[in-house]
Design a protein around this ligand. Structure first.
Ligand SMILES: [Mg+2]
Length: 455
């Protein structure tokens, strides 16, 4: 199914026409005759998008919109307001009520579907990011949504327009929003600025460029500095086709010319908010996941990651009929380092050991600190002998050059146990246990040596 759409209109004919239009494009449609019914149905089963009529008896479309944006369960549902009243005040009222978009009846299918696709794309992105992190899911339940975020002050906006339009556009935006506008008059210059500064938003006045096409929007999206920017176009009121093509090419919104400054400002503010929200989600997911799997002292993976990942390496090795080996490391007499030189010195030794360790293994190898002075490296596609050589290389790199902290030399050596993956009964836990037993042997037989698992 393309997506679930809730259509809210008090006039039966309007609902039926809209439903038919949507169903032809394989959207799953639910109808509501008024705002109350809409809230009921949306709460029972939140839609992917809502198309809401303004003039309805009882609660009107704007109030429904506000109500939905206040409800944590529904705050993320994009809302398109639909009305016959095509005035600037109406459009502004819709956007201020939190509507994500505004269409005029009779609705042109090309605009309708382009809007829906663009809004669903954004919703899919935020949904996906949120699903990946429990904290974010909790935040969403506490009502954290784009409308709760103010766009960052002094947001950097790149405006592409004709030489004649440059001054007016800059003044128009800076008078209404807390933004810093940089104007360019050549499409190519936009890319230079994107490269240099990754602006919060890009606003393109298509009217200034005869022959302008949606390819420009695709190009902005392909550039790293433009991938996550809010992208808006200004198109001629008669050129719905270009507007729709731009949305499909990755633009977030458009404004029809002649431009109503307040509408442009309101739409830009909405998009800046969405961008701030998406940035927040992306950062949280990235940092949240990173923290969860990283040892903060050394930057290596932690035990939790190793426990989750080693079984996967085992299955992969079986699947591809490849070898797999593990090395278990333990710094010799590390307690004495802490006792004699202090914990700061001990931490410095652990960090330096981690550095030498990663310098002496391959990038495909997985290095983890289990805690204290214990480390494990998993070596995909490595035989016992290859692993022994790698272990020996690390042991030698630890032995010399020596370690020092604040000018005082510290004696550091490491013992190493090696184990490989064997028959079909073998698994990650058993392999680690054998590497540990070999490590124990290394300790027993004088330390600072590499010992293979018992044959
Ligand atoms: Mg109505």
């Amino acid at each position: 199914m393309a997506g679930r759409v809730l259509v809210v209109d008090d006039v039966t004919t309007n609902r039926v026409l809209m439903a038919e239009l949507l169903e032809r494009k394989y959207y799953d449609v639910e109808e509501a005759r008024n705002a109350r019914e809409a809230l009921q149905k949306a709460r029972a089963n939140p839609p992917d998008i809502a198309i809401v009529d303004v003039m309805m008896p009882g609660m009107n479309g704007y109030d429904l919109c506000r109500e939905m944006k206040r409800d944590p369960l529904l705050a993320d549902v994009p809302i398109v307001i639909c009305t016959t009243l095509d005035t600037r005040d109406e459009r502004r009222a819709g956007i201020e009520a939190g509507a994500d978009d505004f269409l005029t009846k009779p609705v042109r299918p090309v605009s309708l579907f382009a809007r829906i696709r663009s809004l669903l794309r954004m919703k899919a992105m935020t949904d996906e990011l949120r699903l990946r992190d429990e904290t974010l899911r909790d935040l969403a339940m506490e009502g954290f949504s784009p409308s709760a975020l103010e766009p960052p002050p002094g947001a950097h906006i790149v405006g592409l327009t004709s030489a004649a339009g440059a001054g007016p556009l800059k003044d128009m935006l800076e008078a209404r929003l807390d933004v810093r506008v940089e104007i360019v008059c050549e499409p190519r210059d936009t890319f230079r600025l994107l490269e240099a500064s990754a602006p919060e938003a890009v606003l393109v006045d298509a009217l200034g460029f005869p022959g302008f096409s949606s390819d420009f929007c695709s190009a902005v999206r392909q550039q790293s500095g433009g991938r996550h920017a809010a992208l808006l176009t200004i198109v001629d009121v008669d050129d719905a086709a270009t507007a729709a093509a731009c949305l499909d090419a990755g633009a977030n919104d458009y404004v029809m010319a002649p431009v109503d400054p307040s509408e442009l400002a309101a739409r830009l503010r909405t998009q800046l908010r969405y961008k701030a929200y998406a940035d927040f989600l992306r950062e949280s997911v990235r940092d949240g996941l990173k923290q969860a799997v990283t040892d903060p002292l050394t930057g290596l993976r932690n035990r939790r990651y190793l426990d989750a990942h080693l079984p996967r390496l085992v299955s992969r090795a079986r699947e591809h009929r490849q070898a797999l080996a593990v090395l278990a490391f333990d710094l010799d007499r590390f307690k004495a380092v802490n006792d004699t030189f202090g914990h700061a010195a001990g931490d410095a030794v652990l960090r330096e050991f981690a550095r030498r360790l990663t310098d002496n293994i391959r990038t495909v190898d997985l290095a983890a600190r289990l805690g204290g002075e214990e480390f494990v490296v998993a070596l995909p596609d490595a035989t016992l002998e290859t692993a022994r050589i790698a272990g020996e290389r690390v042991r030698a790199a630890v032995e010399a050059p020596g370690f020092a902290h604040e000018g005082r030399p510290i004696p550091v050596t490491v013992s190493v146990g090696v184990a490989g993956l064997h028959g079909p009964e073998d698994d990650a836990t058993a392999m680690l246990a054998r590497a540990d037993a070999a490590l124990y042997q290394a300790k027993q037989t004088g330390r600072n040596r590499v010992i293979l698992e018992a044959a």
